[in-house]
Design a protein around this ligand. Structure first.
Ligand code: SF4
Ligand code: SF4
Length: 92
């Protein structure tokens, strides 16, 4: 089991130093998790440290592809409200 970082990663470096398994590294397009090293923090922390510190909703997913920080979980903005605001901005 391992987590995965998606393209929406903004390369902020926050997750890299907090990983207890040294599983996270910078890569050409965005940070990546080495799935052979990631333990999902089991045995070290109650919560995956990378997902706990990542500021981008949806950037880190579990093995099932589910966002660790789903839309709205960090900003508190309901996803439907965010989508409506983004649609309004695009229409300007
Ligand atoms: S879940 Fe834990 S072990 Fe896996 S990459 Fe994130 S911080 Fe490292
Ligand atoms: S904390 Fe999130 S946005 Fe920052 S480098 Fe890690 S995955 Fe990318």
């Amino acid at each position: 089991m391992a987590l995965k970082i998606l393209d929406s990663c903004v390369n902020c470096w926050a997750c890299q130093p907090v990983c207890p398994s040294e599983a996270i590294a910078a890569a050409p397009r965005h940070f990546v998790i080495n799935d052979r090293k990631c333990t999902e923090c089991e045995g070290s922390y109650a919560e995956p440290q990378c997902a706990s510190i990542c500021p981008i909703e949806g950037a880190i997913v579990n093995a099932a592809g589910e966002a660790m920080n789903p839309p709205g979980s960090l900003t508190g903005i309901p996803p439907e409200l965010m989508q409506a605001a983004q649609a309004e901005i695009r229409a300007r």
